[in-house]
Design a protein around this ligand. Sequence first.
Ligand code: HEC
Length: 261
Amino acid sequence: MNKNPNQSVIASPANKMSGTKQSPNSKDTSIRGLLRTDGIRTGSKSVLAMTVVAVALFSSCNTDPQKPGWAYFPDMAYSQAYETYSANPNFEDGQTARQPVPGTIARGVLPDNPAVDDEAFEKSYFLKKYYPETPEGYEAAGAELKNPVTLNDQTLADGKKTYEIYCMVCHGEKGDGQGSIVQGGAFPPVSPYSTLLKDKQEGKMFHSITYGRNLMGSYAPLVSAEDRWKVIYYIQKLSGMGRYQSQPADSADASANAKTK
Ligand code: HEC
């Protein structure tokens, strides 16, 4: 019983469409009909002519890969900007290339700051120049480099921040080598600082943090020379090593190194 009404519903739109196509009005919606309403006399000849013109236009695009052909919006392909070393009437000095803003510090150049105007700072800043990545460089850094950063609450706090960002994942919150990636099994066991830093001159630590040591990578690209010294203060304090060692073998030397505020 239901099938018959359904069939008629499906059939009726089809009937309507075929009916519309056959109606005289439908001719006006064709291309010919539209053109005719604009007053242009069209026939199969002019449609053919238009097609020929269109084909001719499109085929006139340049096929030579060495030539750009016609550029649409050429401003985007050919910049109107001044060349770096060309004259420029828009600036008083007539140069297109501008001078750096006064006070700009070039990358890798030690800022001219009296507070860090210190030979040890200079040498640690340019560590790779003075102490190569060799056992000799390591020993020499250990013998000669002393922490040039002033030790106070602020520098310790800065060191802690660096430590938590870059070092804690391996060395652990307490410096015991139980960092999250070690505990998670992604990194082989790391010795605690009490072992790693034992009787170790801070110049060696600085050398290791700068170049990396065995499984530990270099932190020079991530942590500035100043921050590497600050983090050394922090790891010494954290593990009670170095200047914080209760009974260091070279206690006189260790306390002499500690520049207090
Ligand atoms: C990916 C894990 C990992 C990270 C992160 C890491 N370390 Fe290490 N670190 C090690 C390992 C492993 C050693 C032991 C290297 C050896 O002697 O074989 C080590 C050794 C050291 C030593 C002793 C170096 C020496 O001369 O014997 C210092 C100091 C040190 N790390 C400081 C840091 C500081 C500071 C950071 C953060 C800036 C840091 N580490 C980040 C794994 C790491």
